[in-house]
Design a protein. Structure first.
Lengths: 639, 475
């Protein structure tokens, strides 16, 4: 039977007749089932007429059919919240079912009650929940664990005084791995949302969790892996052993298991003293990350963003796989842009020629946004790898020769940076750039070109003419370009007073008298004073205006150590995708940091990190704070 | 960290299905607003200060999963993949609006089992089949829910002990494995292995130097590119691929009664498998002892045992090239495509060649002449050259044409508008009977099977498929 035709106009009255059909004639409850399907379908489409059928649906719960019961439960979950007064009538029936002989029904009833966050329901659930946490059937225990988490979310004080959290703690020594992971997931859920409670796991217990990983399904593995972040190794050997035992999980088909494993292993490396061992561990990340590139685009993207994060710390791990990150034309732009960043990070003297050939190819693609990024990457490579600068410049010149406006502009911007990094070298390329002044119409490119002219005014034959041309439109330019023009003209005057005199007077006049922009005016006055007061001492002026600039490097793009630490501890989360600390994305989120321990390696980020707030007296002594401490060493899973 | 709701909408954002998991999840309306304002590279959207939205389009339906902000991104993304797989398993692909509307109650019951307190929990099709009855017309072909369905639940619940003993001592198999339905019975016992490889290749443009040599020496300068697998049907000047990667998936489809234990031995030649990823049923210890050996108790039905990546493979049974600046006016391009002669393969299917150009600069393609197949501009910037049905091996075809440059383009410095040519061509096809990496099944046997009739020898079959997906030849 299909639901399509139920869909049209589910008249509540009609459906009621079906629900009340003579039981003897309703073979296998077919009529009732059909009616309930119609009711559920209507409910899904927010047809609130169905609420009239509440008492009739309630009567059906007691029928001996699992399918009917399930549909009735779906109905109750939907309408009890809307109609608390009706809901009270359903409660006794549901509570009865919590004592049903069938574990499936006990679990279903439990799930239903805990999905209805009404005070009466919450209070009625406390006692049975304590019992169901110790139910003989694992499916019921698993459902009960989540039931406690849901109950906590709706009424935390009720749960905390009930001792249910201790009950969930007991599940962590359950004989069934699925139940253990459900217990952990529930506790993680509670402690994540709670101000006062915190998950803490000792070595023996963490070790047991790793042992049962293999017996769990992929989701349970995911939750155990995130719970393992609550274990703080006290000894380097412990941490290493833990990481070694986790590494087979890298071969799992589920991407969230793979990334979860990488996160825990990276976390462990902060507590491992042996550097060779660390290198050996991180090397294993490469192949699974490459495999994630065959997944759907969204998963690929998250994997690639996290690759970026790992490469910041361990730039060599994917060195031999660089071709895997070459862009396909039909990759979406977000994938391409991230691949480009990875290619940049993986670039070295050894592979630079191959990479430049590839980037040159990207620079002739159709997507302008991507082309610009490719050109920018070439320029940044020139700054990153000294030995490759010549090749990069040749590639850029090759691109400038295409005379495609946006390529020329982007190239101009990056060439300016190359001059910043390598002053007084590669000057021969200036003349090539000067031939393409006409194509510059973007402020950033104009400002870059003007900077180059000012900086090399004494070596560019017609620098005064070039500046004069730019000055022609001075008043229409953006402030960025105006400032660049002002400075460049002053530089021209200092280097070639005769040629620059006329221009500099003009520009200073415009900057001080004809502008509304305070920055331009201030800078204009500053130059004016400088030039007039030290007219006898040109050296001082030269020192101020033509001073050595701070060198630029690509290192400044790198994340600082503390952010990097925070991000790698929250690998796979949204902040790892944006590569921004969580505080910048979500206000008031919990920031992760490395817990202190004798085994913690000293790094820049954690040296001055605040004293760990997990001091015993700081938090109320809820059971979850030290829930494993009570289970003693080594008997977590014994019966 | 939890999933707040599951929505299924059509591609216009109209809600078809809603499954709330929290008190007041963001409504579909709010999500649609977030989607509308999103840019293309927003894989994850922020709906509010502490809510995220993950989404995927599949079979002309949109799956929207709003989550709380601490959710690790891959959990909902993998969950969407699993949900789609389960819905395909229950309702057959492709999914559609009527299929969703027809099966509200089944989908709700499925989600009720799949997500527990906002956490994905059970997504194995086998476990779900035991928990949620199959009410579609197809149900008569499938085992129905056993009476007192609770007993069937054992398959996911009492798994702990059994699966532990299973990994340590495979000979004394217990009947219950978490991923396998209980009491499986089939009248005909069958076991199939399908290996599919998806091939991605990037071939660089033939350098101008070699093109020049080519034209000096005549139209085509024979440089044979023979290999262990192919003999060239058409002599070609070809650049070496920059990238040639095969992503492989090994599927097992088992219709065996009881609890069969299977051993599948694969050979990968001398190839290195990069980052193999396994189904939980595969015993990793065995694989480590003897790489290539998959030892497992499969779920009933189809499952993906192994996924792998092999790079540096052959460029596949279909080759192609792109030449530009041909003809008396030097304004023509030519695309050629040919099939090599691999062993054991008689044809490829669904061959199509996409000719991609810059739609901003090119108005139209004129004077196209194809030796066979049909060429049409099917979307902005893409001309598709199709060869329906089967394409034999040792065959070739060519396509010539001229790009009409847009009228409003600015002239270059020399006063003319430069001629445009295709940027690249992309070839795709399916080729049955071969794997481009040379991977082979060495042996496939049922080692033991509790509840499997010894006398009934299962029918076994092995199939290979190479799916040429992105064979990109740069212009």
């Amino acid at each position: 039977m299909s639901d399509a035709k139920f869909f049209a106009k589910g008249k509540a009255a009609e459906l009621r007749i079906e629900l009340l059909a003579d039981q003897k004639k309703d073979k296998n409850y077919m009529r009732r089932k059909t009616a309930l399907k119609r009711i559920v379908a209507n409910m899904t489409m927010n047809n609130n007429e169905m609420i009239q059928l509440f008492p009739d649906v309630l009567d059906c719960i007691r029928l001996d059919s699992l399918e009917i019961k399930k549909m009735c439960f779906l109905y109750l979950i939907n309408y009890c919240r809307l109609k608390p007064e009706l809901a009270n009538k359903a409660l006794p029936v549901l509570l009865d079912d919590l004592r049903d002989r069938s574990p499936l029904i006990r679990a279903l009833a439990l799930r239903t009650i805990s999905c209805i966050p009404l005070p009466v329901f919450n209070e009625a659930l406390v006692d049975p929940l304590g019992r169901l946490l110790r139910d003989p059937d694992p499916y019921v225990r698993k459902t009960a664990a989540f039931g406690v988490a849901k109950l906590w979310a709706s009424d935390a004080p009720l749960v905390e005084k009930s001792g249910l959290i201790q009950g969930v703690n007991q599940l962590l020594v359950d004989s069934n791995p699925t139940v253990v992971s459900a217990g952990l997931a529930a506790l993680t859920d509670v402690t994540d949302k709670s101000e006062g409670m915190k998950l803490a796991i000792g070595y023996q217990d963490a070790s047991k969790l790793v042992q049962i990983l293999g017996d769990c399904n992929e989701w349970s593995q995911t939750y155990i892996l995130s719970a393992l972040m609550a274990y703080t190794p006290q000894d380097p050997a412990e941490a290493l052993l833990m990481a070694e035992r986790l590494s087979p999980r890298l071969q799992h088909a589920n991407a969230s298991v793979v990334l979860g494993t990488i996160r825990v292993i990276l976390y462990m490396t902060h507590y491992i003293s042996d550097d060779t061992a660390i290198q050996g561990l991180v090397k294993r990340f490469g192949p699974p990350l490459v495999t994630l590139l065959s997944k759907p685009h969204e998963i690929q993207y998250v994997a690639l963003r996290n690759c970026l994060l790992i490469l910041q710390q361990y730039p060599h791990i994917l060195q031999n796989d660089i071709k895997v990150f070459f862009c396909k034309y039909n990759d979406p732009i977000y994938i391409k842009a991230t691949k480009l960043e990875i290619i940049f990070l993986l670039a070295s003297e050894d592979n630079i020629k191959e990479i430049l050939r590839e980037l040159r190819e990207y620079a002739s693609e159709i997507d302008v946004q991507f082309v610009r990024k490719a050109v920018r990457a070439i320029g940044k490579l020139a700054i990153k790898i000294d030995a490759a600068t010549r090749y990069c410049i040749d590639t850029l010149l090759d691109l400038v020769a295409t005379r495609v406006s946006y390529i020329v502009q982007e190239a101009t911007v990056v060439i300016k940076n190359i001059f910043r990094k390598y002053p007084n070298q590669y000057e021969s390329i200036i003349s090539v750039l000067c031939k393409n002044l006409d194509s510059l119409d973007e402020p950033e490119a104009k400002a870059a070109m003007i900077w180059i002219i000012g900086e090399y005014a004494d070596r560019i034959e017609n620098s005064d003419q070039l500046l004069d041309e730019f000055l022609f439109t001075f008043k229409e330019e953006t402030i960025e370009v105006q400032l660049a023009l002002l400075t460049a003209t002053v530089k021209l005057f200092i280097q070639r007073p005769a040629k620059g005199q006329e221009l500099v007077l003009q520009v200073l006049k415009w900057s001080t008298e004809d502008t509304d922009n305070p920055d331009l005016r201030d800078r204009g006055y500053m130059y004016w004073r400088l030039l007039s007061s030290t007219s006898g001492n040109a050296d001082t002026t030269r020192q101020v205006v033509m001073s050595d600039k701070p060198t630029i490097s690509v290192e400044s793009d790198k994340l600082d150590a503390r952010t990097l630490e925070e991000l790698s501890l929250s690998m796979g989360s949204l902040s790892s995708v944006y590569l921004k600390p969580v505080s910048q994305i979500f206000k008031g989120s919990k920031v992760r940091h490395l817990e202190q321990s004798p085994a913690l390696r000293r790094t820049d980020s954690n040296l001055e990190s605040p004293v760990s707030p997990v001091t015993p007296g700081f938090y109320p002594n809820y059971a979850a704070v030290n829930y494993f401490a009570t289970s003693g060493a080594g008997d977590l899973l014994s019966d | 960290m939890s999933i707040l709701a599951v929505y299924i909408t059509d591609i216009n954002g109209q809600q078809l299905f809603e499954y709330p998991l929290s008190d007041s999840p963001p409504t579909n309306k709010m999500l649609q607003v977030a989607l509308r304002d999103a840019s293309a590279d927003d894989i994850v959207l922020r709906v509010s200060s502490d809510e995220l939205l993950f989404h995927r389009r599949q079979d002309s339906l949109d799956f929207l999963i709003p989550c709380s902000s601490s959710m690790p991104a891959l959990v909902p993304l993998e969950f969407i993949s699993h949900l789609i797989k389960v819905l395909h398993d229950y309702f057959q692909p492709p999914l559609s609006r009527p299929k969703i509307e027809k099966n509200y109650s089944t989908i709700m019951m499925l989600l009720n089992e799949m997500i527990e307190d906002g956490y994905p929990f059970v997504t194995e099709e086998n476990a779900l089949r035991d928990l949620v009855p199959f009410t579609d017309g197809l149900s008569k072909y499938l085992p129905t829910l056993p009476k007192g369905a609770a007993s069937s639940l054992k398959s996911i619940t009492s798994s702990g002990l059994s699966s532990k003993s299973f990994s340590s001592d495979s000979s004394s198999m217990r009947s219950n494995v978490p991923w396998r339905r209980s009491n499986v019975k089939h009248n005909n016992n069958e076991l199939y292995v399908d290996i599919q490889e998806t091939l991605s290749v990037i071939i660089p443009a033939v350098s101008p130097m070699r093109q020049l040599l080519n034209s000096v020496n005549g139209t085509s300068n024979p440089v044979p590119t023979a290999s262990a697998f192919y003999t060239p049907a058409v002599p070609q000047v070809l650049a070496e691929p920059i990238v040639a990667i095969a992503h492989g998936s090994v599927f097992a489809t088992t219709k065996l009664s009881g609890v069969p234990d299977i051993q599948l031995i694969l050979s990968f030649g001398n190839r290195v498998l990069e980052g193999p990823a396994f189904h939980p049923c595969v015993r990793l210890a065995r694989w480590r002892e003897r790489p290539g050996t998959l030892s497992f108790v499969p779920p009933d039905g189809k499952c993906c045992l192994l996924q792998y990546t092999i790079s540096g493979v052959e460029s596949g049974p279909i080759g192609g090239d792109l030449k530009t600046g041909l003809g008396p006016m030097k304004d023509e391009f030519e695309v050629r495509v040919w099939s090599r002669v691999p062993r054991n393969v008689k044809f490829v299917e669904n061959l199509r060649v996409e000719v991609v150009f810059d739609s901003e600069r090119v108005q139209n393609v004129k004077g196209t002449r194809a030796s066979s197949g049909e060429f049409n501009i099917e979307q902005k910037g893409v001309g598709v050259w199709r060869f329906p049905g089967k394409t034999p091996m040792g065959w070739n075809a060519s396509l010539r044409g001229t790009m009409v440059v847009s009228e409003d383009l600015e002239a270059g410095p020399d006063g003319t508008v430069p001629q445009e040519f295709p940027k690249y061509i992309k070839i795709s096809y399916d080729c049955q009977g071969m794997l481009v990496s040379g991977t082979k099944v060495e042996s496939l046997r049922v080692v033991s099977g509790k509840g499997l009739d010894d006398r009934a020898k299962p029918y076994k079959g092995v199939k290979y498929l190479t799916h040429g997906k992105d064979i990109i030849i740069r212009g």
